[in-house]
Design a protein around this ligand. Structure first.
Ligand code: NI
Length: 185
């Protein structure tokens, strides 16, 4: 899954909640596997790195395409690094001794600042393809599994705060917006 020179791309600005409809509707599946796609994936890694994130979906840099990148530790502390084009998510049963789900603080580059507790399935898998259209799979636990669920949500037009009660969502968005009430550009 590791893309050689994965941080050779160019960081692009992060789209914040409410600032662009691309963040709030399902993304279009990728059908063309060319140099532009490879460049986009590299730019996504660079954008995630520049923003100090653990995952990033294409629509978070304003691109309507079903792709995410991840660089996030799993429950054992091992970094899960990779990307998936056209991912489908499967929530998995826990292995022996694992919880079925975990409630932990979650945040998002598109809601900069606040974090909120959210229940997510402890073990999850994503199936999809790489930049050549060949099959890839990422299975993960803990924070990395949370990240897989969070990123596929993004590609379905769902930001994690959309999963919270309305009052809490409004409070988090106001917190992210800052005292002036304007979301950062
Ligand atoms: Ni996010």
């Amino acid at each position: 899954m590791r893309l050689p020179g994965r941080y050779d791309g160019v960081a692009r600005p992060i789209v914040t909640y409410g600032s662009d409809p691309v963040l709030h509707r399902p993304c279009t599946p990728v059908t063309v596997f060319d140099r532009d796609l490879r460049r986009l994936v590299l730019d996504m890694f660079a954008s995630m790195e520049a923003a100090d994130g653990v995952g990033l979906a294409a629509n978070q840099i304003g691109v309507d395409a079903r792709i995410f990148v991840i660089d996030c530790p799993d429950a054992a502390g091992e970094d899960v690094v990779g990307y998936v084009v056209n991912p489908t998510l499967t929530l998995l049963e826990p292995a022996d001794g694992e919880p079925a789900e975990e409630v932990t603080e979650e945040g998002c580059l598109s809601v900069p600042g606040p974090y909120a507790e959210l229940a997510r399935t402890f073990r999850a898998r994503v199936d999809g393809v790489d930049v050549h259209g060949d099959p890839v799979r990422i299975e993960a636990t803990g924070m990395a599994a949370r990240c897989l669920q969070h990123e596929v949500d993004h590609l379905d037009g769902i930001v994690y705060v959309d999963r919270l009660p309305e009052e809490e969502r409004d409070r988090l968005l106001a917190e992210a917006a800052g005292p002036a009430g304007d979301l950062p550009a």
